[in-house]
Write a protein that binds this ligand. Structure first.
Ligand code: GLA
Length: 366
């Protein structure tokens, strides 16, 4: 398919609409496609496998484009060894203790894939499925609509969950993610996106010099299995205080028991603004040499900041460089981990007749 938009008098009308190409094949022959789209100076590459953001290019302050999202250049690596690079996460982002929860008096056992716990939807989460992808161009926006239907009982979750995720690139180059889901039985849902950011470019080394701000006075401490204890602990006086901008590396070797346990940061920040009807700005990431910035706005109550602790030099990425510990970070907007087992956390229950709807906006600058 060729470009969908004609060149016009406005800069954004010169941008190309989504273009589809063959990325590879699964073992059973299923074709994996890659969609490329560009608008307002942001270039996005998306796979129908897991809705994976395979590349995201933005300019630095001199206009030089770099891919700032970790990924692979081939489908086999995504299937065999990805730590959720760029993927859509469902049905439940982050961990559910022992993969168990009770809803309306019924107990459920989910697929367990992280020690005794269920992580990111279980063994075959939303990141490991082919999604239906439809391109669109609407007004000055271009984007993709992704659909996946998870059948009743998949990975142990009750209800048929119909998920729809829309990736929009605006004429300002913002990347917006809209998540929607409906169910035919009461269930729990917590969708998110697992992009690994390195604003100096994927494969360029550590993100310890990236500056981060998170508008959160509390976070959810975890046990050794990274399951929240249920406490909403104050960040003040701890390495978890990102209310004032600081580098990721500044306090990462502080020796705080929560960090030692997680091998760095791998926690949910309790956003001061709480759940909001519209996305509000919650975090800013800046890479000082390139000047690139990423601002995140969300309607969600939580943000998982993961400092790439499990990257260990065994994966080689898109540009042929090896990813080592701390070579990227994730900022996952979400409800809190293990919320189904913590009545004091905002509820993740979705019932028939309701529509789960949430939006996260990524704004880039340099
Ligand atoms: C999330 C989790 C981390 C880790 C990564 C993937 O961010 O919180 O503990 O599992 O995904 O490796």
């Amino acid at each position: 398919m060729g470009p969908r938009r004609k060149a016009g008098p406005f800069p954004w009308e010169e941008e190309a609409g989504p273009v589809k190409s063959l990325f590879g094949k699964l073992a059973d022959g299923t074709k994996v496609h890659r969609w490329s789209l560009e608008n307002g100076g942001t270039r996005l590459k998306v796979l129908n496998w897991g809705g994976v953001v395979q590349g995201l290019e933005i300019p630095d302050r001199h206009g030089h484009y770099t891919n700032v999202a970790l990924g692979f250049d081939n489908i086999d690596d995504y299937v065999a060894k990805t730590p959720y690079f760029g993927a859509l996460i469902g049905r439940y982002g982050n961990r559910i203790a022992k993969g168990q929860f009770t809803l309306d008096g019924k107990s459920y056992q989910l697929s367990v894939n992280d020690g005794v716990n269920s992580l990111h939807g279980g063994k075959q989460g939303f990141d490991k499925h082919i999604w239906d992808v439809e391109p669109f161009a609407k007004g000055s926006d271009v984007g993709l609509v992704l659909h996946y239907t998870s059948i009743d009982g998949e990975m142990g979750y009750p209800g048929t969950l119909k998920a729809k995720v829309t990736y929009t690139l605006t004429r300002h180059g913002d990347w917006i993610i809209d998540y929607e889901a409906t169910t035919d039985k009461a269930t729990v849902v917590n969708l998110t996106s697992h992009v690994y950011w390195n604003l100096a470019g994927e494969g360029s080394g550590t993100v310890e010099d990236h500056e981060l701000t998170i508008a959160a006075g509390r976070y959810t401490p975890t046990d050794t299995g990274l399951i929240p204890t249920g406490e909403l602990a104050k960040v003040s006086g701890t390495p978890f205080d990102f209310r004032k901008t600081k580098t990721i590396g500044r306090d990462i070797r502080d020796g705080h028991v929560q960090q030692v346990q997680a091998k760095g940061y791998d926690h949910n920040w309790v956003l001061d603004k709480g759940i909001t009807s519209k996305p509000e700005h919650v975090a800013t990431l800046r890479e000082p040499r390139s000047g690139r910035t990423l601002k995140i706005a969300t309607d969600q109550p939580g943000l998982q900041f993961y400092s790439g602790n499990f990257l260990d030099g065994t994966l080689t990425g898109t540009g042929g460089r090896t990813y080592r510990q701390g070579d990227a970070l994730c900022l996952e907007t979400q409800h809190f981990p293990d919320a189904p087992n913590h009545p004091n956390f905002p509820s993740t229950v979705l019932r028939p007749g309701q529509t789960y709807r949430t939006r996260t906006v990524h704004t880039f600058g340099a």
